[in-house]
Write a protein that binds this ligand. Structure first.
Ligand SMILES: [Zn+2]
Length: 141
């Protein structure tokens, strides 16, 4: 698949994991802007995930945890952004402990969002992604 290829929903579980890592930067790959909600200028969009109105990938497609917005496609490179990263020589590489702390911070933000908006779309998928990432990183310690 070329780098500019698009994939369309339904997404597989592996794609959901990869897309949500991309969205939150927990791939620790090349820092690129996440897909954001088309209504993100409106209340009550917050900055969970690291930007305003970060969309969440689910097997049915993208959802916004703060409104009804959906989207059905992604760039294929977003799924596997973990492996495509070549750090610059001047870039400080985070330690595994620092990466875990960062993912746990994002996890806390989504747990908080869930308590404010019970049943909001995509939050369980995002929490699954972040928990899987933490488990993997802890195995590297
Ligand atoms: Zn929205």
């Amino acid at each position: 698949m070329g780098i500019l290829e698009k994939i369309r929903a339904p997404f597989t579980a592996v794609q959901v994991q990869g897309l949500n890592e991309y969205q939150t930067g927990t791939d620790f790959g090349h820092k690129m802007p996440p897909f954001t909600c088309g209504n993100r200028g409106d209340d009550p969009h917050g900055e969970e995930g690291g930007d305003k109105g970060v969309l969440i990938a689910t097997e049915q497609g993208w959802v916004c945890p703060c409104c009804e917005y959906t989207q059905d496609w992604a760039h294929s490179f977003m799924v596997s952004s973990r492996t495509s990263h070549m750090p610059h020589f001047f870039e400080r590489v985070l330690s595994t402990e620092e990466k875990i702390a960062l993912v746990e911070g994002l996890q806390a933000d989504y747990v908080e969002l869930r308590s404010r908006r019970p049943g909001a779309a995509g939050i369980s998928e995002m929490l699954d992604t972040l928990q899987q990432r933490i488990t993997e990183l802890k195995a590297e310690l």
